[in-house]
Design a protein around this ligand. Sequence first.
Ligand SMILES: Cc1cc2nc3c(=O)[nH]c(=O)nc-3n(C[C@H](O)[C@H](O)[C@H](O)COP(=O)(O)OP(=O)(O)OC[C@H]3O[C@@H](n4cnc5c(N)ncnc54)[C@H](O)[C@@H]3O)c2cc1C
Length: 449
Amino acid sequence: MANLNLPDPAAKPRIVVVGGGFAGLNFVNRIDSHRYQVVLLDRHNYHTFAPLLYQVATAGLEAPDICGPLRKTFRGKPDFHFRMLQVHDVDPVARRVHTGAGPIDYDHLVLATGTRANFFGNTNIATHAFPLKTVPDARRLRNQIFQTLERADLTDDPAERQRLMTFLIVGGGPSGVEVAGALSELRRHVLTHDYPDTPMDQLRFVLVEGEEELLSTFSDRSSREAYRNLEEMDVELRFQTLMTDYDGRTATFRDGSTLECSTVIWGAGVTGEIIEGLSGESLERARYRIDNHLRVAGYENVYALGDVALLTNDEWPRGHPGVAQVAIQMGRRLAENLNNIARGRPTKAFRYVDKGNLAIIGRNRAVADLPRNLHFSGVPAWFVWAFVHIFYLIGFRNRLFTFLSWVGNYLTYNRAVRLVLEPTLDEELREEGVDAGNRPGLRGPATGR
Ligand SMILES: Cc1cc2nc3c(=O)[nH]c(=O)nc-3n(C[C@H](O)[C@H](O)[C@H](O)COP(=O)(O)OP(=O)(O)OC[C@H]3O[C@@H](n4cnc5c(N)ncnc54)[C@H](O)[C@@H]3O)c2cc1C
């Protein structure tokens, strides 16, 4: 068998899992590694709790608070092996995947690679916008937010300051709503105090959405609540508005209008993280088509789980929602089924149990749609949201630290993590030819503003 320094699985079948997100993690957790050798491959050596990425981007939490090191998570699991590798392609005939460090053979392959930002082929937007899919994305966005404000504090050109202080959020789904709400709270409780020389009334957060409402996958009541809350928080909302281009300074919309802005936060679309090599028939809408036993169409021993999988049935004719619960439940179902196969027991078809939808908008502001048409908003929904998110974080350390950070932030209205960790401001100013002679320096006391 092709190796990568793995022990010979001897008589046991080898399962290769690609992706240590919600689906891969829950699969590995449940699979019986006395009966299978389990090899997990991920390009990162940690699991990311994506629902809290916006908190890292807006200085509420640090990256390690929302990540779990994969080796540590499965330390002690027998015949489990992790390799930090990007998988490039699959050869289903040879039953082999190719990685940067060489090939590895499998008996069963589990694809749980999630999604990546979709810029719909627009290279300008891909170059200049800030997606929020990974920890490096969140840290990059945090640097951008604080560095841009530092820049705004240096200029005495009002038009340039207005451009710098205009942030555009594209997409009114849960991520867009959560980021917009968090930025608005940051303005109110932190930035106003931290930047006394910068006119905070110029700081604009504009959220554009192509459809007619926010949170379109939630109940109408939650959509309306989100709208009301964001309006109260001075987020400018524009509906039926599609951004068609962004060159790093000017966003252009389909109706021809434009907006000068320093930062575009992209939450408008994702596409499946597809690994080359499987037949075209197994793909639909950039997802692997799977049956109700989670097998990729056309393959007996290749499975797909979570966001990268497309499972349609009468209940979900357009496929299941791209949420953590679907990935978790798929991971657990497949593990149980493979365990049952190994024990000569029957398998069960996957059926999604919808536990509802939660979104946070700000302090004491959240919406929760629960099964049986139960709906909460405001303080109760905020507490449900906080409890659920702490409960699902991996690891005691993460739960404890996140809980303590939130209690601290809640009591003090503070955001501790507002550090620019990879400063590029000086370099940028130099590149733009802003030398000591014409640098937009501090305003002298005589000129005022
Ligand atoms: C900002 C944000 C907020 C969200 N908020 C919520 C929320 O509040 N509630 C909710 O239910 N859902 C939320 N989601 C969606 C939720 O995170 C996803 O549904 C869930 O992560 C899907 O799990 P997954 O295992 O399919 O993929 P992921 O969790 O994305 O994991 C995929 C893994 O595969 C790895 N990988 C990908 N390609 C390769 C490759 N070629 N080689 C090696 N490794 C690879 C990646 O590094 C990653 O670790 C949010 C998502 C984002 C981005």
